[in-house]
Design a protein around this ligand. Structure first.
Ligand SMILES: Nc1ncnc2c1ncn2[C@@H]1O[C@H](COP(=O)(O)OP(=O)(O)OP(=O)(O)O)[C@@H](O)[C@H]1O
Ligand SMILES: [Mg+2]
Length: 239
């Protein structure tokens, strides 16, 4: 469904993404794990068209989308829930959701139907629909960020560290919803430092280290890999 071929991204003279190949098949959850500064967010921005590529090609559903503008990439069905939640603090929860639909869903009835589903997925957003986004708790803002992305009816959902700063119980809730969205047919690229959780729900994984893919394989293979165990899973694996 998505194919990154020899992607390169530079900030000034610094190469942050160095020749990366990634393939995501329809219906999969694929995770990219990597530590701070590895280039995870940069890669997501490259796919979304928010930073220019210095080289390589991106194909989505066999169509080249390499140099499309961000809004055209959204129209194609690639929707991002960015790192740090980036919701609109001065707008209500419901207004934030409506904006999510705006880019792609022109029919009001369809948008209302999707919103109803988002409220089913995230009951807390329904309860707080008239509250300002900026007054939500961190976990609620993360849910709003994902809910807003769902409002655009994504074919491919890009999630940049959805677990960041959340208590374990909320992380579990968010990951359960990600699994649910995937069951409903949304293909997912999940970028995470939280390797333990993301390897549980993904089918394939890539390990990103300073701009290069160091390892790739099934999540089962990754969980059994000694380097992954020691660098990304820490003591959690040594039950
Ligand atoms: N706009 C920018 N200008 C210059 N350098 C940047 C810019 N954005 C990111 N970088 C650098 O690129 C590298 C990769 O950053 P990126 O945000 O992609 O990492 P990350 O893997 O998402 O890290 P984290 O887990 O901390 O979010 C870092 O060294 C960062 O300082
Ligand atoms: Mg990041």
């Amino acid at each position: 469904m998505l194919e990154l071929r020899s992607i390169k991204i530079n900030y000034g003279v610094i190469q942050v993404i160095k020749d990366i190949n990634i393939t995501i098949n329809k219906g999969q959850i694929v995770t990219i794990i990597g530590s701070n500064g590895a280039g995870k967010s940069t890669l997501i921005k490259g796919i979304s068209g928010m930073v220019p590529l210095a080289g390589g090609e991106i194909y989505f559903q066999d169509k080249k989308i390499t140099h499309l503008h961000p809004h055209e990439i959204v129209k194609n069905g690639i929707i991002c829930a960015p790192e740090g939640r980036r919701i609109f603090p001065e707008m209500t929860v419901e207004e934030n959701l409506d904006i999510g639909a705006y880019a792609r869903i022109k029919d009001k009835g369809t948008a209302e139907k999707i919103k109803k589903h988002v409220f089913e997925l995230f009951p807390v957003l329904k309860n707080r629909s008239k509250q300002l986004g900026g007054t939500l708790s961190g976990g609620e803002q993360q849910m709003l960020s994902i809910g807003r992305a769902v409002m655009a009816d994504p074919k491919l959902l890009l999630l940049d560290e959805p677990s960041l700063g959340l208590a374990p119980i909320i992380v579990q809730e968010v990951f359960d919803i990600i699994k649910q969205l995937n069951r409903e047919g949304v293909t997912i690229l999940l970028v995470e430092q939280n390797a333990f959780q993301s390897l549980q729900i993904a089918s394939r994984a890539y390990v990103l280290e300073i701009g290069r893919i160091k390892l790739e394989g099934t999540t089962q293979e990754m969980m059994e890999n000694e380097d992954v165990k020691s660098s990304y899973l820490g003591v959690k694996i040594n039950k």
